[in-house]
Ligand binder design. Sequence first.
Ligand SMILES: Nc1ncnc2c1ncn2[C@@H]1O[C@H](COP(=O)(O)OP(=O)(O)OP(=O)(O)O)[C@@H](O)[C@H]1O
Length: 304
Amino acid sequence: MTTIEVRGLTKRYGSDLVVDDLSFSVEPGQVTGFLGPNGAGKSTTMKMILGLAKPTRGSVSVGGRSYRELPVPLTEVGALLDASAVHGARTAYNHLLALAVSNGLPRRRVGEVLGRTGLDGVAGKRAGGFSLGMRQRLGIAATLLGDPRILIFDEPVNGLDPEGIRWIRDFMRELAAEGRAVLVSSHLMSEMAQTADHLVVIGRGRLIADTGIAELMHATGNGTVLVRTADPSSFAYHLTAAGGRVRDGLQGALVVSGLSGEEIGKLAAYHGVPLSELTPQRASLEDAFMELTKDSVEYQGVPA
Ligand SMILES: Nc1ncnc2c1ncn2[C@@H]1O[C@H](COP(=O)(O)OP(=O)(O)OP(=O)(O)O)[C@@H](O)[C@H]1O
């Protein structure tokens, strides 16, 4: 099934190249995390997918066509870019009803999406008085009005409390489990690690990685081994002689790369060195993300 196809997408604002020859696809039945540091070009890419910004070059198709060619876009793709964009004076019900009617969608969908997002109890309340979490739910309810196969959310958990974050995370997973394609942006790898199946990582408008979460862990996770012993400096000598690279860790630990835990254990036994700890480290996804994007963050801290 065709979902979102981004091909050679490029956007310039004046002399700024904001999106640079970006290509990726979003598959059905999974959550695709669209990840990059602030200013990487995520929102601009999403706007181009939705026909809200014109590409300088390249193309995007949604459900096999460009967004502007979709007869009833809301039935193909639902998008939440900015949850504050609700008419505060309207009730939640009337906000959704206005959207449904203006898009030619049946009125019954309003009750259905209110139920789905747990807003039935506040349907008659003015959206202006809603908390951020409820506004997000209302925004998500609106994306579901046309029962679309494709959903796009721009930083949906920004500013939410842990319960709100949890609800959105579970909801995205549910939508994907129903076979929908879910594209969700974030600048937080830790968030994506718990939500996404697949990651598209960009930095300075360019594609840095297009990978499954599991593959990314595998590619970047098997790095170092943490070793503790009573006499670290002499064991460091043996480790280096055996081809390992050693750096000092916290509290006298050695951080070893280039040798497996098993090799280090054998080396310790051979030299009669008692070890109090031997722990293979898995780099966290956050580390992997920092590593991937370190050349592309806009403002880097300068070491003192
Ligand atoms: N309409 C515009 N005119 C000029 N520059 C723009 C415009 N929209 C975005 N930009 C610039 O494009 C770059 C990418 O912005 P964009 O909002 O797409 O990034 P982002 O990855 O979504 O970041 P954030 O997480 O901070 O929203 C930024 O440097 C931004 O200032």
